[in-house]
Design a protein around this ligand. Structure first.
Ligand SMILES: Nc1nc2c(c(=O)[nH]1)N[C@H]1C(S)=C(S)[C@@H](COP(=O)(O)O)O[C@H]1N2
Ligand SMILES: [Mo]
Length: 151
């Protein structure tokens, strides 16, 4: 399963969890940042810096916002300052994670546990777009039947 990665400076790319964790310079046990939750995780910002450096070494600007989207269309937009201790959980008991496959975000210093988004399929790094607060929730899905009713 591939994860869609978009970075305003780099563009679109698809990566497997193995490719992402293989590149990540900082690996840790999730328990070190989220007490009581075991599993293997890698540091988000260190991974992003490494990924960016390999593609665009001359530009070291930091994003202002990260947006993630899950298989079930749950999504979150998180200001970069809240992500200093954020990690991606990718393995538990030697296997891909059962709850949250393929990867799950944990934001230990975030404003809410609701930001621990499971089953992420798209990650976006934004530089121009900013937000004062983190937001999360399900995408607004308007069905064609609802559109007809509104006419
Ligand atoms: N993909 C996805 N991730 C999600 C959610 C969701 O509905 N879908 N709910 C969020 C909310 S509101 C909370 S409080 C936590 C709950 O985490 P838990 O299932 O480990 O208790 O997951 C977050 N991550
Ligand atoms: Mo929540």
């Amino acid at each position: 399963m591939k994860i869609n990665i978009y970075d305003e400076i780099i563009g679109y790319e698809q990566c497997t969890v193995e490719e992402m964790s293989g590149l990540a310079p900082v690996h840790l046990s999730l328990e070190e940042r989220v007490p009581g939750v075991p599993g293997k995780a890698f540091d988000l910002k260190a991974w992003h810096r490494e990924w960016r450096k390999l593609r665009q070494p001359a530009d070291d600007r930091e994003p202002a916002l990260m947006k993630v989207e899950a298989i079930d269309e749950f999504q979150a937009a998180i200001p970069w300052e809240q992500l200093d201790r954020a990690v991606f959980l990718y393995e538990q008991d030697g296997r891909p994670i059962a709850k949250g496959f393929p990867i799950r975000l944990y934001v230990p210093d975030g404003s809410s546990e609701c930001l621990n988004v499971k089953s992420i399929v798209t990650i976006r790094f934004m530089y121009a777009e900013r937000a004062a607060k983190a937001t999360y929730g399900f995408k607004n899905i308007v069905t064609t039947d609802e559109l007809k009713l509104k006419k």
